[in-house]
Design a protein. Structure first.
Lengths: 159, 159
DNA sequence: TATTGTTATACTCTATAACTATA
DNA sequence: TATAGTTATAGAGTATAACAATA
């Protein structure tokens, strides 16, 4: 959200992407909160629904750490939307099984997500809408596909 | 970075904006780190340069908290790029004055910012590039102008 | 030895609260 | 009373380390 410079000839792509993604995220969080979900809970729910998937597989899909997945699945279990089931093929792994209530909620949350996206896109002229999505998909697939590794802080062993 | 759903008919605008803004941010951080700057330091530097501005004014421009501005200005002072000067009109306020070295660095950092943006935009076809920027500007100005206030956690007084 | 999931916690980031000096 | 800037720190988020069970 930091304005990267006052130049008017060069569009501030950083600001535009940061601002729009941030505001859309707040809108999405508010809309999903109405049915008691976070974006992560929604993500896990909809990807656990069509196929038997383990926590690690769901973590990869949602680009979460496995420890973040633990708390997300905890929240889904507490809400009665999913349960951990032992995998039949790997006794270390847990399948995340969506409950009936979870499936109903997932349908509603996907409607909410689609509606929030559609509302944003509907605010654009038809021609801009299509090109925006195509250009973002191109950036995400090519030039802005992979994060650059920035130097991380060291982490000491726990006492 | 959480995929919002598997629907192929509805583009996942959340993912596209989150992913592209995140990756661009890592590229920008890496590029600016080569001359010892963070994005915030760059932002304060370039906006302090053309005009006498106080910390509060710079905080508003960069959408930072005033406490975040304190540490950012601390970093600029330690790097010898800016100094705090008392305002001649308000003895509470501090003008952030950019040093000569700071002005040189600001010119270089603005080049870096423009280059990183230009590289991203150059990866798109000409027609997509223009429309992408126009559509993002429209979203940032209209439908995605203002963050929605999500319920905040309470904060107790310190002991 | 490597991997899944878990717990505990170190670390960062952000912003609130409290404070001083001044308006 | 309100505001600019500062300090201290609460709280959230994230991710690393260590571990148990299993591959």
């Amino acid at each position: 959200m930091t304005a990267m410079g006052p130049t008017r000839t060069n569009p501030d792509l950083s600001f535009l992407l940061d601002h729009t993604s941030h505001v859309l995220r707040t809108r999405m969080a508010a809309a999903l909160a109405e049915i008691g979900l976070t974006a992560r809970m929604h993500c896990v729910l909809v990807h656990a629904l069509p196929e038997e998937r383990t926590q690690i597989q769901l973590a990869e899909i949602g680009d979460m750490d496995k420890t973040t997945m633990v708390v997300t699945v905890d929240a889904l279990e507490q809400a009665g939307l999913a349960v951990r089931r032992p995998s039949s093929t790997d006794r270390r792994a847990r399948i995340i099984a969506v409950t009936e209530e979870g499936a109903r909620v997932a349908a509603r949350s996907q409607e909410i997500v689609d509606r929030v996206h559609a509302e944003a896109l509907a605010s654009l002229p038809d021609d801009e809408r299509e090109v925006l999505v195509r250009a973002l998909e191109r950036l995400a697939a090519d030039h802005l596909a992979t994060p650059v590794q920035n130097p991380r802080p060291v982490r000491r062993a726990r006492q």
